[in-house]
Design a binder for this molecule. Sequence first.
Ligand code: PMP
Length: 428
Amino acid sequence: MNSPESKVTNASLFDRACELIPGGVNSPVRAFRSVGGGTPYFVESGKGAFVVDVEGRKYLDYVQSYGASIHGHAHDDVVEAIISAARKGSTFGAPTPNEVVLAQLLIDRVPGCEMIRLCSSGTEATMSALRVARGFTGRNKIVKFDGCYHGHSDGLLAGAGSGLASLSLPDSAGVSPSSIADTMVFEYNTVPTLDESVAAVIVEPVAANMNLVLPVAGFLEGLRAECDRVGALLIFDEVITGFRVGFGGASKHFGVTPDLWCFGKVIGGGLPIGAFGGRGEVMSKLAPIGPVYQAGTLSGNPVATAAGIAALSLLDESSYLMLAGRSKALGEGLSKVFSDVGVNVVVSVFESLLGLFFLDTAPRNYSESKVSGDSGLYSIFFREMLRRGVAFAPGAYEVIFPSLAHSWDDIEWTVDIASAAAGEVAKH
Ligand code: PMP
């Protein structure tokens, strides 16, 4: 116990955390190492667009749990749903009604997705989607794209973005060569030529783990056609884009229908969740009706599903218009403040995802995005923003996530702060 005089600070907590938890954090990017090190702020609480750290400092938060909190933090309806679900028991190991309700909500919103299975994280969703794709096709190879992150299962830790990108680890130690032997990595935005050994192509339809890289015209359509040509399945990893870039996610937005989808983040209302789904014929390969095993003690958890149902039920077409409008304004504001101080930036905006690049033109793949990440300018900008009370993600390959709780005033204030921060960047 702390004595009344010994105040808990970010530094004291981080010191203790570093002794107890590797790097002091439970997910690497949080440790600030990708932005030059230092002490991360430890969040005491969050409400709406803001978080407050253990020292009482308030930050306008654009991390928003890396996109999980589309309504901002602790939305009253979501909190109520969590409390009333928890009162009835938090896990049973038997099916619960909310699993059916959430599955229906997801299927209703995503054209072509006929069956869903819930799990507990995005990592599980992508790992399981690949397994079912292999089980369905009877093939082994999978194709992914350099800089796309699909969670941390062994077979997908090749050419991954996100924290791995910013830590400059091309791969991870501890992944056996045999577990990635069937993973082929290609450049994003170029349709590879496949053959009949490929079980599935997995892709972020809008890449949001190598900073924000949009699909060029024809890329997603080209993948669909190439998969069809060789009989491979197309998997859209919509863990970030699902229910964020519009009511039906990226597949609906682009009018390209994959065979399988992976979801997470938004669909759990801020609680741990994942889901994968697709055509009935493919999903029917899953145990107990098919030969592909997949399971989870906490899968379909009643508290997480209650939070997810509450979060999704609050979203309608107007929510997305509002989010997109504010995100666009934020993007324009950020572009302007940098151009005012003579620093070349490109701000890519796709619905409510923003990517800030210290480049002249928007990147089309990870190699191009890396030029911005390697410049070190994002780290300076990040620190100058944080110092002034605006929290962007502590990594140059993460995106900026405005939430529905970010008001016009918040956006304006962010741009004001960015103006001062951009001035500091210009000195480097
Ligand atoms: N896929 C994508 C596109 C992601 O962005 C992430 C996490 N940021 C994952 C999968 C893995 O999800 P989780 O962290 O919930 O395991």
